[in-house]
Ligand binder design. Structure first.
Ligand code: A2P
Length: 268
């Protein structure tokens, strides 16, 4: 497993498992919890130690329970979760209560990476919310803090005013929407990029191109896309409800793309 060293020195595995439908009826985002931890168990068995969760997924407890069931030490895992800021910010007491709920559901005293899930239209509130994350970071409860879905102007707000620089910006970067300019902006500001839904956006034509590239190495279209990302130091968090496909997504450290391959992929 390759790690990325974040701007505060914390090591983050370059590939982790997404979790937003894990443990849910019908594998649906809005499904009720089934009461088991099947996908997390498989992922751990396959060798995943980095998991990406969020309050808005309503299933942090599935990840917490799966990790507990594994009986592996907590320090073997890298856990990300995110404050649900899709409705904005309901005040410091609300934020503290939501963070404490995350710690409880994840059955942990510390979170490796804690993110503001989405920007909203109130700079004063965004700085207040970030200040709360900084406080947990300074107390050692959060090992690193960052943001998600932030554009340049949102990052500028934090970079100009905050004491702690975000360690990551988790954004959409996939076939059809690579978001190269934002990734470059993150990089210029010493912020690592995490790509959510890295296997999204692949239509039949793109799949065919990716398969042709993969055939040279005995790899699938999904492995080619994931490899493309890690070769440019973008952290990926694919998820699958199939144990074999989970394993496949991890098997990307034994081949290299050529410049020509990368050029073709960048145009998809
Ligand atoms: P499945 O669960 O049937 O494997 P998202 O964009 O929400 O992260 O979803 C990723 C999608 O990619 C899922 O629908 C998942 O379907 C699929 N997927 C995950 N890993 C692989 C893989 N290695 N090969 C092909 N499809 C994959």
């Amino acid at each position: 497993m390759k790690n990325i060293t974040l701007n505060n020195g914390i090591a983050m595995p370059i590939i982790g498992s997404g979790t937003n439908t894990y443990g849910k009826e019908g594998n649906e985002y809005r499904g009720a919890l089934r009461g088991d931890t099947q996908e997390v168990d498989w992922a751990i068995d396959n060798g995943y130690r980095h998991f990406d969760s969020a309050q808005v997924y309503n299933n942090e407890e599935v990840l917490g329970q799966g990790i507990a069931n594994s009986q592996l030490p907590r320090e073997d895992f890298f856990i990300t979760t995110k404050l649900n800021t899709f409705e904005g910010f309901a005040g410091a007491d609300w934020a503290h209560a939501e963070i404490e709920k995350s710690l409880e559901k994840l059955q942990t005293d510390t979170i490796d990476l804690f993110l503001l899930h989405n920007p909203w239209d109130n700079p004063t509130e965004m700085l207040e919310a970030w200040g709360i994350l900084e406080d947990y970071y300074k107390r050692g409860v959060f090992k690193a803090i960052g943001v998600s879905n932030f554009k340049e102007e949102h990052l500028d707000l934090l970079l100009d005013n905050a004491a702690v620089r975000p360690a990551v910006n988790q954004i959409k970067s996939q076939v059809g929407t690579w978001n190269e300019a934002l990734i470059a902006y993150n990089k210029k500001n010493n912020i690592d990029t995490v790509a959510w839904s890295p296997l999204g956006g692949i239509d039949e034509q793109a799949k065919q191109t990716l398969e042709e590239i993969g055939n040279q190495y005995g790899k699938t279209f999904a492995q080619v896309v994931l490899r493309y990302n890690i070769e440019r130091n973008v952290i990926v968090i694919p998820k699958s409800h199939n144990k074999e496909r989970q394993a496949q997504s991890l098997a990307i450290f034994d081949f290299e793309l050529t410049e020509n391959d990368r050029e073709l992929i960048s145009k998809l």
